[in-house]
Ligand binder design. Structure first.
Ligand code: RFL
Ligand code: PHB
Length: 394
């Protein structure tokens, strides 16, 4: 006999989507259990996102998990677009009426959320195995898993599939229910974390003949940098020296120097745009990367995951307060409206800033004209700025 437990909302995955959802529900008096197949340490050390939209910052603050982010996060009011060796600033503060972004690593957000869940008696089970979801088309959905060799069964009212792109929730939905929309890009990003003070106060997005490069950061001591590369590239072929040399070449600009330092971590990620519709089947709701992936050029993945679960938490709160499924029924449509706008922005940033293997000289000129336009027209700059700082929730 499996060890049985009951909760109101069973959550698969302790990434940003799962943990924000669990804590939002707790704040509304709704019980949840999170099951995660990795260890807490792994989840809290994985190097991923770093840019938080104003709306994400506001939500984390309102949830009571914003203390450290407030003191350690770096608030930026613009970014630089660099092409043909020259930098052009997009002034978010001026263009959006005072909005900005905060640089604070995803790993730090997860530490703060885990601490808050522990402090308030939250149940997050790490290192569980063989997770599966059952009966979610009926009134008694179940999550089955193994913990320390014991079979466990969690019965709940709803399941939230917050288990990322490679999770089990989306693939468990019967064939024919979901429609997938996919775009693969013919390049990836080689990313490094370096023990070097950031060479710029703000992020620098660079379009160069040899490909895209990005200067970002995590703290006043740690830089995060990316290079466009072949998606199948072997990271072992990139010595630290070769990485710095390529970054120096692509980011070069008159009167500006790139500070180097020891490379602490390096890796290559592929890039794709992906959406499933609908984001719900019966009492199983998909949120975050399990339902959609954006290429990282717009810095939107984490923010979109947080936006989804904000919609889901509101819908579940309404259900438990009134019995009405009205907002739950609208969950997918509400999220997808915003998801597609963010997809469009991420695709557009990616298309504008990368070299494409089969592009024509016409395409190249058009990209340069686009960058010239975005950095010289207030209307065009405003379009970038309002998307980058984050579109309204609904
Ligand atoms: P996550 O973070 O992938 O979390 C899913 C969790 O589910 C667990 N899991 C399972 N648990 C139980 N059973 C199973 N069968 C399971 N299968 C998986 C996983 O271990 C994991 O803990 O998804 P979530 O919560 O939807 O959050 C999404 C974000 O993590 C992601 O969109 C961002 O990291 C994307 N992203 C960025 N987003 C931003 O908003 N701003 C950025 O600056 C930014 N930069 C990035 C990024 C992603 C990157 N990579 C590596 C993909 C930069 C990079 C390089
Ligand atoms: C990051 O700091 O990891 C980062 C910043 C901006 C992006 C993507 C990633 O567009």
């Amino acid at each position: 006999m499996p060890i049985s437990q009951r909760t109101q909302v069973g959550i698969v995955g302790a990434g940003p989507a799962g943990l924000v959802l669990s804590h939002l529900l707790y704040l509304q008096g709704i019980d949840s259990v999170v099951v995660e197949n990795r260890s807490r340490q792994y989840v809290e050390e994985r190097v991923r996102a770093g840019v938080l939209e104003q709306g994400t910052v506001d939500l984390l603050t309102a949830m009571g998990v914003g203390e450290r982010m407030k003191t350690e996060g770096l608030v930026h009011y613009g970014i630089e677009l660099r092409f043909e060796g020259r930098s052009h600033r997009i002034d978010f503060q001026d263009l959006t009426g005072g909005k900005g972004i905060t640089i604070y690593a995803q790993a730090e957000v997860l530490k703060d959320l885990n601490n808050a869940r522990v402090a308030t008696g939250g149940q997050v089970f790490f290192e569980v195995e063989n997770v599966s979801v059952q009966d979610y088309d009926g009134a008694k959905p179940k999550i089955r898993y193994e913990k320390d060799g014991n079979a466990c069964e969690l019965t709940c009212d709803f399941i939230a599939g917050c288990d990322g792109f490679h999770g089990i929730c989306r693939p468990s939905i019967p064939d024919g229910v979901l429609t997938e929309y996919v775009r693969e890009y013919p390049f990836g990003w080689l990313g490094i974390l370096a023990d070097a003070a950031p060479s710029s106060e703000e992020l620098i997005y660079t379009y160069h003949d040899r490909g895209f490069a990005l200067l970002s950061m995590r703290t006043p001591q740690i830089s995060r940098l990316y290079l466009q590369c072949d998606p199948e590239e072997d990271i072992d072929l990139w010595s630290d020296e070769k990485i710095w040399q390529e970054l120096q070449t692509r980011l070069a600009s008159n009167g500006w120097t790139l500070t180097e330092g020891p490379i602490l971590q390096k890796g290559i990620t592929g890039m794709r745009s992906f959406v499933v519709e609908p984001m719900q089947y019966g009492n199983l709701f998909l949120a975050g990367d399990s339902a959609h992936i954006v290429p990282p050029t717009g810095a939107k993945g984490l923010n979109l995951a947080v936006a989804d679960v904000q919609v889901l938490a509101r819908a579940l709160t309404r259900f438990y307060a009134t019995g009405s499924r009205c907002l739950l029924n609208k969950y997918s449509a509400t999220c997808l409206r915003r998801v597609w706008k963010v997809q469009r922005f991420s695709w557009w940033m990616t298309s504008m800033l990368h070299r494409f293997p089969n592009e024509s000289p016409f395409d190249h000129r058009r990209q340069l004209a686009e960058l010239d336009y975005v950095t010289s027209s207030r209307a065009a700059a405003l379009t970038l700025a309002e998307n980058y700082v984050g579109l309204p929730m609904e």
